[in-house]
Ligand binder design. Structure first.
Ligand code: PLP
Length: 427
């Protein structure tokens, strides 16, 4: 494939934007080569500035679960835009989206909209601290909760891809309140709770992790976590920015059969526009300004365009829950095909899958946590990534990211992807 125009655009972007990108993982540093500039997209396909067509397995890192330029979402945005784009005053559509989201989640009464997943997680932790009157939080190595200071401690996603899971610029004062546990290791959590008795406000977790590849929690771990939090008056925060409205109408809570105290959303809830949200029961949400003392605000929060996209998206998912089954079946088909193709290569690999999230790891050990994910062979991953890209398949440009299937992908796309793996030389 030819990437002449992308390459020229990247060179120009680098003169004006740090690293040429507005979010680090887009720069392709982990896989080498140069990023591809997108011109437009429709359904499951991206069309780049050089006229190449790519089958997309990222879907904007999750939001576009129904594919690109999905008509009902597009039309909702266009209709709304004609009526003005921002007011800084309440609008009815904010309640419409809140009502729908609350109806899809069994254990929440109220939801507050923000502009990103980062903001949602940051605000959720502030709320948890305000509600419990305690300072410390527990997070898991390799989990990513956005780029706010308290979370850049052994963070996953781009932070680990770029070798700065602990970012400079985060003060020691902030870092000391974030305690680090090991995913799928309940004992590591129990020990931290014991050593910091009465000081922990919340445990925050990706209930199915997607920022160190896709990692599935064991039953004992996730239910044990709920019990540990209850026994110690600690709030359990599910960061469902990735899993919310993707793993089913009720997200990971429904898929795992467990309820958290505070939920964070992003990605799908905005239908491709910048939306985040956090939600809880009336008692906890009552601590939030203007009802309560915990401050949180946003000039563009609840923006009408963003709300219209989110409302159109969640309405589609709520009315057509068979979409989740369809996605799950497509992901299973891909899993089986990838396994068959990779078996023939004679190299060690693992595939993790949950719902419409899937990741391939080039290691012979099961991938259960950050340490086992980090053992993946990155040289093989680079060959795999570029070999697929050369055949028009766009996978996440880092071994620490999950694929996000979108329902516009058809079985021919999946089979073409499997065939592309067959063609690879990974030795
Ligand atoms: C993407 C992501 C975030 C951050 O959301 P942004 O909208 O990028 O700020 C937080 N948590 C998880 C689990 C995510 O996947």
């Amino acid at each position: 494939m030819i990437y002449k125009r992308s390459s020229a655009l990247f060179a120009e972007a680098k003169q004006y934007i740090p690293g040429g990108v507005n979010s680090p993982v887009r720069a392709f540093k982990a896989v080498g080569g140069e990023p591809i500039f997108v011109k437009e997209a429709k359904g499951a396909y991206l069309y780049d500035e050089d006229g190449n067509r790519l089958i997309d397995y990222i879907a904007s890192w999750g939001p576009l679960i129904l594919g690109h330029a999905y008509e009902p979402v597009l039309n909702a945005i266009i209709d709304k835009a004609k009526k003005g784009t921002s007011f800084g005053m309440p609008t009815e559509i904010e309640t419409d989206l809140a009502k729908l989201a609350v109806s899809m989640l069994p254990n929440i009464d109220k939801i507050r909209f923000v502009n990103s997943g980062t903001e949602a997680c940051m605000s959720a932790v502030r709320l948890a601290r305000g509600y419990t009157g305690k300072d410390k939080i527990i997070k898991f190595a390799g989990c990513y909760h956005g780029h706010s200071d308290s979370f850049l401690i052994q963070a996953g996603s781009g932070a680990v891809t770029f070798g700065s899971p602990n970012s400079p610029g985060v003060t020691q004062g902030t870092a000391k309140d974030t305690l680090l546990a090991v995913y799928n290791d309940l004992e590591s959590v129990a020990q931290l709770i014991k050593a910091n008795k009465g000081e922990i406000a919340a445990v925050i977790i990706e209930p199915v992790a997607g920022n160190m590849g896709c990692i599935i929690p064991t039953d004992g771990f996730i239910h044990g976590l709920r019990a540990l939090c209850d026994e110690n008056d600690i709030l359990l925060i599910f960061d469902e920015v990735m899993t919310g409205f993707r793993l089913g109408r009720g997200g990971a809570q429904e898929a795992l059969g467990i309820k958290a105290d505070i939920l964070c959303f992003g990605k799908v809830i905005g239908g491709g526009l910048p939306v985040g949200a956090f939600a809880a029961n009336n008692e906890i949400m009552g601590y939030l300004a203007p009802d309560g003392p915990v401050y949180q605000a946003g000039t563009l929060s609840g923006n009408p365009l963003a709300m219209s996209a989110g409302l159109a998206m969640l309405t589609e998912l709520n009315n057509n829950p068979e979409i989740f089954t369809s996605l799950q079946e497509k992901t299973a088909h891909l899993h089986i095909g990838l396994s068959k193709a990779l078996d023939k290569k004679g190299i060690p690999y693992q595939i993790n899958r949950f719902g419409s999230m899937i990741s391939v790891h080039f290691t012979d050990e099961p991938v259960m946590d950050f340490a086992t994910s980090a053992k993946g062979n990155n040289d093989t991953f680079k060959k795999y990534f570029h070999g697929m890209l050369d055949q028009g398949i766009y996978l996440p440009p880092s071994a620490f990211e999950s694929y996000f299937l979108n329902d516009a992908l058809c079985y021919e796309d999946l089979d073409a992807t499997i065939e592309a793996v067959d063609n690879l030389d990974l030795s």
